[in-house]
Design a binder for this molecule. Structure first.
Ligand code: FE
Length: 142
């Protein structure tokens, strides 16, 4: 599913296998390594992805799936917990064959090539999330 290496200062280098789904693999890694707060970043080549946009006017999510080869030029996000479970908040920008970019919240993305991430574990267990009715977001709770 993935392989990883621990750095000397408590971070991880994570390589997610070809054809795996990035969010599921990353969440599995966090659960297995006990990472309950931290940051994640990286790059990847993908063949399919679903991004999410929150419309602040209606507080509803709009999801869009792209079935094409793209490069994730930047994946940036954080790791926390909600209701005791690992919660990933991931943003991405991905470039298409014609060099234009699309982006948004990353819900799912299928690796088609490579996915190279880093994970930095804050080592804290008190970085939670709570639904905020005003914004419609699951905001940090600490
Ligand atoms: Fe966000």
């Amino acid at each position: 599913m993935y392989k990883y290496l621990s750095t000397k200062d408590g971070r991880y280098i994570l390589s997610i296998d070809n054809h795996e789904e990035i969010s599921a693999a990353l969440a599995d890694f966090c659960r297995k390594k006990g990472v309950r707060s931290g940051i994640v970043g990286g790059i990847a080549a993908i063949s399919q992805a679903t991004f999410r946009f929150l419309d602040p006017a209606t507080k509803t999510y709009v999801d869009k799936t792209f079935d094409e080869q793209m490069e994730i030029t930047c994946l940036a996000g954080n790791i926390s917990t909600k209701d005791g479970e690992v919660y990933l908040h991931l943003h991405v920008t991905a470039s298409r064959r014609d060099y234009t970019c699309v982006g948004g919240h990353l819900l799912t993305a299928r690796v088609n090539g490579a996915c190279e991430l880093y994970v930095e574990d804050y080592g804290l267990d008190g970085v939670g999330r709570k639904f905020d009715p005003e914004t419609g977001l699951n905001l940090y709770e600490f």
